[in-house]
Design a protein around this ligand. Structure first.
Ligand code: 5AD
Ligand code: SF4
Length: 446
């Protein structure tokens, strides 16, 4: 066996897609005889996987890099620091020339080039590749997965929607789908290994997945059929592309979770138009009604923001109204953050920060009550839980998730372990967690 070329440590910020990309680069480097380490002090190569979605995400990365500069001074040339992901393209000159913080900068479509870029850095040159691609899907690369029972699997990359607030179409480039066969093959491998019990199919906009005439519903059917004991989830969906083939697939396949993440971003049709979301509030609400009819008991989550340029109090009330009507189980709520290069940037960031904070707090308050009420309604329900590990509190308690993606804790029975499915009855709930009792002697199916 060839000697280990170096020890690499990854630190990941941002969305699930970034975590999945880290596993991809770890896979590429492991194949190239690097060892992945979990203690930063053991590393001679540090990669920061970065996020540009909001200003504070970038600030966090900058302060982390400044902190690493001290470490770099101590270790000198022995330590290579790399930046990957969404900040690469936007900030390459800043990072390398002005701030002199990093040696390698690699964009989301150039990960195959990482071994070469590291070699360049070791020779004292700067390794930069931020080229975006029209067809890179990394279809034949095996990610190095470190998570236990849950696996991410990227099925499409990039985004063509150009929501006016969003940098993703610029940082990640054009939409492209990975071929069905290569995805199915990876699911077969995960199934054969036996460790994975839940797979989340990822893409910026999975509903516009398309491979030689096969749409996302067909992909879901194909993936679900590989191993009926593996739960399948997916994210993220865009309302404009959400078609019935997906709902039918969820309805017809027990192991496709009845859980849909469907961002609405804003409740007023005027703001939605300014955001280029291409649907009205009525269209969004009727899509949700349709989902609830097609899949009774479906669990919904969303992304929503406050303070988009021009958002009035009345517009914001429309946002609250959508939250109250739909009753999402979970909502990811953000203050609008202007991003240079986007269309919204030119509209001016004209909602004062105090107003944004106030609206965000009101939104959170409404959502917390809804999450609590939704969980109260679950009391008495029989649910199947996929066990993830020990509960954070309570001796001999385990935690896991319902099919609807809600966290649940319960007392462990002898022999129970992560990856097992267990039938429980819900006994109580807060806004974030359900408590349950294990039903003994029940046959468990997914
Ligand atoms: N400001 C605030 N939130 C944003 N998001 C995307 N761009 C911005 C921005 N400029 C949010 C959206 C998206 C989620 C991933 O991040 O709600 O769905
Ligand atoms: Fe950004 Fe909109 Fe694409 Fe989502 S759909 S990644 S919010 S541009």
């Amino acid at each position: 066996m060839e000697d280990v070329k170096g020890k690499v440590y990854f630190e990941t910020y941002g969305c699930q897609m970034n975590f999945s990309d880290t596993e991809l680069v770890a896979g590429i480097l492991a194949k190239d005889h690097y060892e992945v380490v979990t203690d930063i002090n053991d590393a001679d190569l540090i990669f920061i996987n970065t996020c540009s979605i909001r200003e504070n995400a970038e600030q966090r990365v900058f302060s982390r890099l400044k902190h690493l500069r001290g470490m770099k001074r101590r270790k000198g040339k022995e330590l290579v620091v790399g930046v990957m992901g969404c900040m690469a393209e936007r900030l390459k000159t800043n990072l390398i020339e002005k701030e002199k913080l990093v040696d390698v900068v690699v964009g989301p479509d150039a990960y195959r080039d990482v071994p070469r870029l590291i070699q360049m850095a070791k020779l004292g040159e700067k390794g930069i590749n931020t080229l975006l691609s029209l067809d890179e899907t990394y279809e034949n690369i095996t990610p190095l997965r470190t998570e236990g029972i849950s696996a991410w699997l990227t099925v499409m990359r990039g985004c063509d929607n150009f929501c006016t607030f969003c940098v993703v179409p610029f940082t990640r480039g054009r939409e492209r789908s990975r071929p069905v066969e290569s995805i199915v093959k990876e699911v077969e491998l995960l199934s054969a290994e036996g460790r994975t019990k839940e797979i989340t199919l990822l893409g910026q906009n999975v509903n516009s997945y398309s491979d030689s005439g096969k749409q996302f519903g067909a992909l879901l059917e194909a993936v679900a059929a590989v191993d009926r004991s593996i739960r399948i989830r997916f994210a993220t969906s865009h309302p404009k592309d959400f078609s019935d083939d997906v709902l039918l697939a969820i309805r017809n396949n027990e192991n496709l979770c009845k859980y849909i993440h469907i961002p609405f971003q804003a409740g007023s049709t005027k703001v939605l138009a300014d955001m280029n979301r291409t649907y009205t509030r009525e269209e969004y609400l009727s899509l949700i009604d349709h989902m609830k009819t097609m899949i009774p008991g479906v669990s919904l989550s969303t992304d929503v923001m406050v303070g988009f340029p021009g958002e009035t109090e009345a517009d914001f009330e429309d946002t609250l109204d959508i939250m109250r009507r739909v009753k999402f189980d979970t909502a990811f709520m953000f203050k609008y953050s202007p991003r240079e290069g986007t269309k919204a940037f030119k509209m001016g960031d004209n909602v004062p920060d105090e107003v944004k904070t106030d609206r965000l707090n009101r939104l959170i308050e409404v959502q917390e009550r809804i999450s609590f009420e939704n969980n109260q309604k679950r009391i008495g329900n029989i649910e199947t839980i996929l066990i993830e590990g020990p509960a954070p509190r309570g001796v001999n308690f385990l935690r896991g998730k319902t099919d609807s993606n809600v966290a649940c804790v319960f007392q462990a029975e002898p022999g129970m372990k992560p990856g097992d499915l267990v039938k429980v009855r819900i006994t109580s709930g807060t806004g974030h967690t359900l408590k349950a009792e294990v039903l003994k002697d029940e046959t468990v199916s997914i």
